[in-house]
Design a protein around this ligand. Structure first.
Ligand code: IMP
Length: 209
């Protein structure tokens, strides 16, 4: 049987205040109080895993061991079927500018263009199916852990459309929709996203009954 969270504070393995706020709001109705790894000055471990599960576990375990409290981490990205699941765990890396591409930082339009260029090289009739994946990992200081994986299935469109959201949202059209994620208002996107799917699974196992 999967271990359940008790009344201890939960460490969210992120240094991103926005993520802490979003996850904290999702867990508050279940009586869980959250604190971020950043506010505890815990170091960010290198994400050296080959899968979303490995990377989420690396982050959750480091935060649980560093704090002595249960910890929750997430890892997410875009997987394109015709590209054998790439960019996958390298989703954010594909947006990282090389020295010859401009000032250091992330350029999401460049990253979306890279994916599109690779698809077009495979031919006009190539399958454009893809999914966003989100893995949530819970880890306890004694080493026990639980993992929840969520998905949003869809297809890639070109050119990018919409101004809402972030990352690859302007080229992702969720299954059964005509609009991209970047044309959905945030509440609507959050109700059908890979993150919502993963959280629903976590909540069902950790807090039901
Ligand atoms: P991380 O899990 O914060 O490392 O995110 C990995 C990358 O996946 C992000 O930088 C985004 O580019 C991409 N990604 C994850 N979720 C979404 C989403 O909902 N929309 C668009 N891009 C996403």
């Amino acid at each position: 049987m999967t271990r359940r969270l008790g009344s201890e504070t939960l460490v969210i393995a992120t240094h991103n205040a926005g993520k802490l706020k979003e996850i904290g709001a999702l867990l508050a109705p279940h009586g869980v109080s959250c604190i971020s790894a950043g506010s505890l000055s815990l170091p960010e471990p290198p994400e050296t895993g080959q899968t979303f599960v490995e990377n989420a576990l690396i982050k959750a375990r480091a935060a649980a061991q560093g704090s002595g409290l249960p910890a929750l981490a997430d890892d997410s990205g875009l997987c394109v079927d015709a590209l054998a699941g790439r960019p996958g765990v390298y989703t954010a890396d594909w947006a990282e500018r090389q020295w010859f591409e401009g000032p250091p930082g992330r350029d999401w339009y460049m990253a979306m263009g890279k994916v599109e260029g690779m698809l077009q090289e495979l031919g006009a009739s190539i399958d454009r199916s893809c999914h966003f994946a989100c893995v949530l990992a819970l880890a306890w200081p004694d080493g026990e852990h639980a993992v929840y994986e969520g998905r949003a299935l869809g297809t890639l469109t070109w050119p990018p459309r919409g101004t809402l959201g972030f990352g690859y949202d302007p080229v992702f059209v969720p299954l059964g929709e005509k609009r991209t994620f970047a044309e959905h208002d945030p509440a609507e996107k959050h109700s059908i996203s890979h993150r919502a799917d993963a959280f629903a699974k976590l909540v069902a196992e950790q807090f039901a009954g």
